[in-house]
Every structure is written in structure tokens, then in C-alpha cells.
Design a protein around this ligand. Structure first.
Ligand SMILES: NC(=O)c1ccc[n+]([C@@H]2O[C@H](COP(=O)([O-])OP(=O)(O)OC[C@H]3O[C@@H](n4cnc5c(N)ncnc54)[C@H](OP(=O)(O)O)[C@@H]3O)[C@@H](O)[C@H]2O)c1
Length: 307
């Protein structure tokens, strides 16, 4: 099999296509032929050495995929060769910038009907993250006011749709060029952060979902009602003041499982969510794709087409 592997941390040049041994599925595992894999910010942060220590090397990036089951291991009864699936490797893993993936069958689900592999790969990790953050962790409820920081991004854009579907009044932030896009995702009020400060226009919120981090996170405390919740997936500033004790602050634990992938499909089937805007790259250009992700201003998702 072929994979884009790094053997040292560094710039995009460390991403090299290499020939690796073809995997065999063990108990409870499947081997899938990958058709598409998405690019997530953690891919380039880890490649650049901003995450785990050197003991992960050599490492193949990639947190989600869509493809076709090639082989199943003992005990796998839900899937058979030829099934179209989408899924995620385990937390802290990787491996989807490749033409083949060995993965626990519990971390994949049947590919959403009507979506391409590119579209299915685009929604796996962002959908799972937004659902765990908003439904499981912040426990948003109908009638609540929710602010999504980063409404044009992968997770934030999915989050806008999840919160709207839950019956919340949704505020979302983005830059000028993305205002119509975020409104199209269903946000009731879109704040162009290049023109106004969200603190000046957003009413007291029950929930803020912060996908941006840094000073945006500290400023978010000012718009949360007493007893309100802040769920964050991007770090606040180093050395920032602690949150006021009137705010419940959560870092969602994004456990990966089939149930959340099935929930994504349920929301798609109900017409509650749509796929994000996708910028597609051939997987040989993973370095360029990661450089685009690292600008921090991608609208929707970047997806690598493998086949
Ligand atoms: N813990 C987890 O399990 C987990 C999982 C997934 C992601 N994450 C983390 O969550 C973060 C977001 O991930 P993602 O995949 O959604 O990233 P992404 O798709 O790259 O999103 C970037 C978005 O952020 C927006 N943005 C940048 N600065 C902003 C600001 N000041 N205010 C509002 N929006 C702003 C950009 O919109 P404009 O171009 O309009 O500025 C862009 O659309 C990353 O740090 C990622 O590592 C964590």
C-alpha cells in the first residue's frame, strides 16, 4: 500500500509518499481502500511538531476517510468486502492520508447514501466533533441562544447547523467573505468580526461553542449568561485570566464511535445538515492542502482525493 508518511517533524516537504506493508485485518478490524480523506488542522499541527512527542514517528496523518471495505477480520459481521463506509481512526491516531487503512470496525459506518466519497470524508470528524461538543457536552436545548465562534470553518459550520436544528437561536462569527455562506448554513445572525466586535452585538448567550480559541475565547466569557456554558476545542491564550466562576467551561472529549457517525447520517437524512463547501486536492498535493488549512481561513473543508 501507499501512504503519505512523515519520518521527522517539519514543513510540508516532510510529507512523502512511501510504500508500506499491506495490512491484514485482525479480530474486529477491517481493511478499507480509501477513496478520500479530509484535511484537519491537527494534521499540520502534528506534522510541524506542535503536538505529541517524537515517539509517534514515523506517522501517517489523517483523521477521517471514506472508502470501500476490502477485507474484514474475525468477528466482523456488520460489513463485508465491497461495502462503502466512512469513518475515523482512533483518537490520537492517524493514517488516512493513504490508499489503504486498517481500522477498528467500531469506528466506521456505512457511507451516507447520496454522498460521494469526497463529501463523506469531509463530514466525519467535523460532524463527530460538533455533535459531541453541542449535543453531548454543552447539551444545547431548544429555545437557547448559542454563539458559534468560527461559523465558516469545518466544525463551526457543522455546529451552526446542529444548533439550528436543535431549535436554538444561532449567532455565528466569520469574516466578510463568508457572511453569506454562514447565513446559508442557517445562522440567524452572522457577525462579521472584521467589522464589529461580537461583544457589542450578541445578547447574553446560554452557550458559546469556541472553535477559534486565543483571545476570542476570553472575550466570549463576556457574552455568556450567568450559569451559561462554554465548550471549546481550540485553546485560549497562554496565561489568560481564568474564566469567571459564573461560566461552566467544558473541553469536549471527542470519543470516536459508530454511534456518532450514524447520528451524522440521521441528520443528513432529515435534511438538518448539509455537506460543507469543499476544496478538493489530489492526495499527492497534501502539502499544499495543509498549507491552505494552516492559513486558518478555509471555508468549509479541504478533502484529498485518493482514488
Ligand atoms: N478537540 C478536537 O477533537 C478537535 C476536533 C476538530 C478540530 N479541533 C480544533 O478546532 C479548531 C477548528 O477546527 P476546524 O476543523 O473547524 O478548523 P477550520 O475548518 O480550519 O476553520 C477555520 C475557520 O476559522 C475561522 N476563523 C478564523 N479566525 C476567526 C475569528 N477571529 N473569528 C471567527 N472565525 C474565525 C475562519 O473563518 P474566516 O476565514 O471567515 O476568518 C475559518 O473558516 C482547530 O484548532 C482544530 O485543531 C479540535
Amino acid at each position: 500500500m501507499k501512504a503519505i508518511q512523515i519520518q521527522e517533524f517539519g514543513g510540508p516537504e516532510v510529507l512523502q509518499i512511501r510504500e508500506l506493508p499491506h495490512p491484514e485485518p485482525g479480530e474486529g478490524e477491517i481493511v478499507a481502500a480509501i477513496h478520500a480523506a479530509s484535511v484537519n488542522p491537527t494534521d499540520w499541527k502534528t506534522r510541524a511538531g506542535q503536538r505529541a512527542g517524537g515517539d509517534i514517528l514515523p506517522w501517517v496523518p489523517g483523521c477521517d476517510f471514506s472508502g470501500i471495505v476490502e477485507a474484514v477480520g474475525p468477528g466482523v459481521t456488520d460489513f463485508k468486502p465491497g461495502d462503502a463506509v466512512f469513518g475515523v481512526p482512533p483518537q490520537g491516531g492517524g493514517g488516512t492520508y493513504a490508499d489503504t487503512l486498517l481500522v477498528d470496525a467500531a469506528l466506521v459506518a456505512r457511507k451516507p447514501e447520496g454522498l460521494s466519497h469526497v463529501q463523506s470524508a469531509a463530514i466525519a470528524l467535523i460532524g463527530l466533533t460538533a455533535l459531541v461538543s453541542l449535543e453531548d457536552t454543552a447539551k444545547i436545548k431548544s429555545g437557547e441562544t448559542v454563539l458559534i465562534q468560527g461559523g465558516a470553518g469545518g466544525v463551526g459550520g457543522f455546529g451552526v447547523q446542529v444548533a439550528k436544528h436543535a431549535g436554538c437561536t444561532v449567532y455565528a462569527t466569520c469574516s466578510t467573505r463568508n457572511v453569506d455562506y454562514v447565513r446559508g448554513l442557517g445562522a440567524d445572525h452572522v457577525i462579521d468580526y472584521t467589522r464589529e466586535k461580537f461583544e457589542d452585538v450578541v445578547p447574553p448567550c446560554d452557550v458559546v461553542f469556541d472553535t477559534v480559541g486565543g483571545e476570542v475565547q476570553e472575550r466570549s466569557f463576556g457574552v455568556i449568561k450567568p450559569g451559561g456554558r462554554l465548550a471549546w476545542i481550540a485553546r485560549g491564550s497562554e496565561g489568560a485570566d481564568p474564566p469567571p466562576d459564573t461560566v461552566q467551561m467544558f473541553r469536549p472529549r471527542v470519543d470516536r464511535d459508530r454511534a456518532h457517525l450514524e447520528r451524522i447520517k440521521e441528520l443528513l437524512d432529515a435534511g438538518a445538515v448539509t455537506v460543507p463547501e469543499i476544496t478538493e486536492f489530489p492526495w499527492e498535493r497534501a502539502g499544499a492542502a495543509q498549507e491552505l488549512s494552516a492559513t486558518g481561513h478555509v471555508r468549509g473543508k479541504i478533502v484529498l482525493r485518493v482514488r
